[in-house]
Design a protein around this ligand. Structure first.
Ligand SMILES: *Cc1c(COP(=O)(O)O)cnc(C)c1O
Length: 384
């Protein structure tokens, strides 16, 4: 059996090696390292793929979130509601901009931000909601957009884990994740579903005025050379990363299919297990079906309900099966984000999930032998 890896990027590289190496060699020859034609071409290709009017590439996913919030003109003291159960980048940029993060609990089935919890958290100072499409599946965007409309709030989608996922709206249309809110942000960190070979990110929006503001903001607030109209940042996607992304974007749907296939095999093997809850897909289908593309499985995350999660992590490590606990500590209990307003009873689901979740190896190169070995090892240990 091949050595099992949590994320295996080499197989993808071998497939696109010719194109990537040739593009990088050309960039080295032409020295168009920053803002070269590759970046512009990638921007156009991603706009077409996502069905959005504007993509603004930038340096990483954290910057993408920050610049999206800057572009919307959010001001110190404005409250921004986001999920307690997510990667820290989401809340970090809110705090850095001196906005007030308001963490709320998540849904037990999807791990995504809970609609009732958002409703309870809205105050006259609330200005935005940041749903995180965690592990590769959209939050309940119909409900979130309806709340935003009713309360005049912005919606900034953190799409770092769900690029390529779709969302079937109640309006009968299917949308790409990240294209439903006022603005979307994503990351091209190597291990993300569409990853480059360094850091990268992008902001997307259908709002042309906002896109214009953001284009200047990523470039020191310049709209005309050496005229600085607003305080901006320096956040660029470089040409080499854009070349890698151009080679991968046409394969993204196939990558997502490969992940779904692996997820389906995992869930099939775990079916009927009393102490193991498999991930649920809810947007557009019930359960993992063959035709559904609503979940792209950035992570395949189980809940272990008999208290053996931590012991399972150790056991898998001994059996050379990498795994991850995303995330072990709720954000509301992180030192940097402590706030007297938070009460433990407001976060029952997150507090439970941090003790139960475990993410198994997930990438496009998993084979049946590996999946069999992983699922058998998990089942034997959890029941043993
Ligand atoms: C990866 C990630 C980010 C940050 O992206 P970087 O490119 O690493 O800055 C933000 N939010 C979520 C949910 C992520 O998974």
């Amino acid at each position: 059996m091949k050595k099992i890896q949590m994320v295996d990027l080499n197989g993808q590289y071998q497939e696109i090696k010719g194109q990537v190496n040739a593009s990088i060699a050309e960039i080295l020859e032409t020295s168009a390292f920053i803002n070269g034609p590759e970046v512009h071409a990638f921007q156009k290709e991603l706009e077409a793929y996502l069905g959005v009017k504007h993509v603004i590439p930038c340096a990483n996913g954290t910057d993408a979130l920050q610049i999206a919030m800057m572009g919307l003109g959010l001001k110190p003291g404005d409250e921004v509601i986001t999920a307690d159960f997510t990667f820290a980048a989401t809340v970090e940029v809110i705090a850095l901009l001196q906005l007030t993060p308001v963490l709320v609990d998540v849904d037990k089935e999807t791990f995504n931000i809970d609609i009732e919890a958002i409703k309870k958290a809205i105050t006259p100072r609330t200005k935005a909601i940041v749903p995180v499409h965690l592990f590769g599946q959209c939050a309940d965007m119909d409900a979130i957009m309806a709340l935003a409309k009713a309360h005049d709030l912005y919606v900034i989608e953190d799409n770092a884990q769900a690029i390529g996922a779709t969302y079937s709206s109640k309006d009968g249309q299917k949308y790409m994740a990240g294209s439903l809110g006022h603005v979307g942000a994503t990351s091209f960190f190597p291990s993300k579903n569409l990853g480059c070979y360094g850091d990268g990110g992008a902001i997307f929006t259908n709002d042309s005025d906002l896109a214009h503001i953001i284009r200047g903001m990523v470039n020191h607030g310049m709209y005309e050379r050496y005229h600085h109209d607003v305080v901006g940042v320096n956040s660029r996607l470089d040409s080499i990363q854009a070349a890698v992304l151009r080679a991968k974007l046409p394969k993204l749907d196939a990558y997502c299919d490969a992940r779904r296939t692996a997820a389906k095999k995992y869930s099939g093997a775990f079916q009927g297990q009393a102490h193991i809850i498999v991930p649920v897909t809810v947007n557009g289908c019930k359960g993992i079906c063959d035709t559904c593309d609503c979940h792209v499985f950035h992570q395949y995350t189980l809940r272990i309900t008999n208290g053996k999660r931590d012991a399972l992590v150790k056991h898998l490590q001994e059996k050379n099966i990498p795994c991850g606990v995303y995330y072990p500590i709720p954000l509301h209990r992180q030192k940097a984000y402590l706030d007297a307003r938070y009460k433990e009873e407001d976060f029952p689901i997150t507090n439970q999930l941090v003790q139960e979740v475990i993410s198994l190896p997930m990438h496009t190169e998993l084979d049946d032998e590996q999946i069999d070995y992983i699922t058998t090892t998990v089942i034997d240990f959890v029941n043993g």
